[in-house]
Design a binder for this molecule. Structure first.
Ligand code: PDD
Length: 288
């Protein structure tokens, strides 16, 4: 199990990977990133992640290197790390410049790829489900840093997770939007099952349009499962029959405790287990 970093155009060991203290990613979180996982030894949905990376970069006016250059760096780093399954973090920063907030003062995009062992949730977490806490910190208003942009500025989410862990030791924090509706997790999207219907908040609430979320929606539609994008309240999450979170490194992960109280029967429910199974079949088939 090893970590390798692609930086400055070559792959190196983690202790050799250095970046300037003047880099705007470090100074201001002026960067964008993606986390891509492998499944069954192959990158899962890499193309969709790289499209989102380019879209995030475009939204903040950060010049992206050619797609082929990123793909080559990712492939070289995965090969050098040699892990059975990998978590790949692709980062673009605006680079180093003068101490000047103006983004136009620098145009020196840095591409960094970090490959870790996947570190997926344990089998026990999938079998029993995890606990989440609905936190007081709200998700960024889309008119501030739009949550649809996967920027490196995660302080809001860092603090949200800190609140959840401190308050109840919960595995994930769930953030609401300004209007009080449930938005998403600190690094995940959220779904509930109520009365046999699957709900997830629509993008207009102000969320990251997760790639795993999109795959789950496709699976619901392809398999005739009742699904709708709709807003729901913290009480509707607490009172759901089932709940689960999704992300690239977790796939579909059941949520069985919300704010220290069991959700539904307090165990992963039949709809969640069906989607876990369908998602696993999709991962086995592979998505480029
Ligand atoms: N996080 N919402 C937020 C705020 C996220 O950070 C993530 C992903 C998601 C899920 O998106 P996807 O299905 O495309 O992974 C939703 C990754 C795992 C991370 O930060 O490492």
């Amino acid at each position: 199990m090893s970590i390798r970093v692609h930086i400055g155009g070559r792959v190196c060991l983690p202790e050799e990977a250095k970046i300037s203290v003047f880099d705007r990613g470090f100074l201001y979180g002026d960067s964008v990133y993606e986390t891509i996982g492998t499944a069954y030894g192959r990158l899962f949905a890499a193309r969709e992640h790289l499209v989102r990376l380019e879209r995030s970069a475009e939204r903040i006016g950060l010049r992206s290197p050619p797609r082929a250059e990123i793909e080559k760096a990712v492939a070289e780093t995965i090969a050098a790390a040699g892990n059975p399954e990998s978590r790949v973090r692709v980062i673009l920063t605006r680079g180093a410049g003068k101490l000047d907030l103006d983004p136009a003062s620098t145009d020196d995009t840095q591409l960094i790829v970090i490959v870790f062992p996947l570190g997926a949730p344990t089998p026990e977490m999938y079998a029993k489900g995890v606990a989440v806490a609905i936190v007081s910190i709200t998700r960024n208003n889309p008119r501030a840093i739009d949550p649809a942009v996967k920027s490196g500025n995660y302080l809001n989410n860092v603090l949200a997770l800190g609140e959840a862990r401190r308050r109840s030791g919960a595995y994930e924090a769930i953030l609401c939007a300004d209007d009080g509706c449930i938005a998403e997790g600190s690094t995940s999207n959220i779904f509930v099952v109520r009365g046999g219907e699957i709900w997830t908040p629509p993008p207009a609430v102000g969320i990251l349009d997760g790639i795993t979320r999109a795959k789950v929606i496709e699976l619901c539609r392809a398999n005739g499962l009742a699904f709708q994008e709709r807003r729901f309240s913290p009480d509707e999450l607490r009172g759901a029959d089932e709940a689960f979170i999704t992300s690239a490194t977790r796939g579909v992960l059941p949520v069985t405790v919300v704010d220290e109280k069991p959700v539904g029967a307090g165990a992963p429910g039949p709809v969640t287990r069906r989607l876990m199974d369908l998602y696993d079949q999709l991962a086995r088939r592979g998505v480029d």
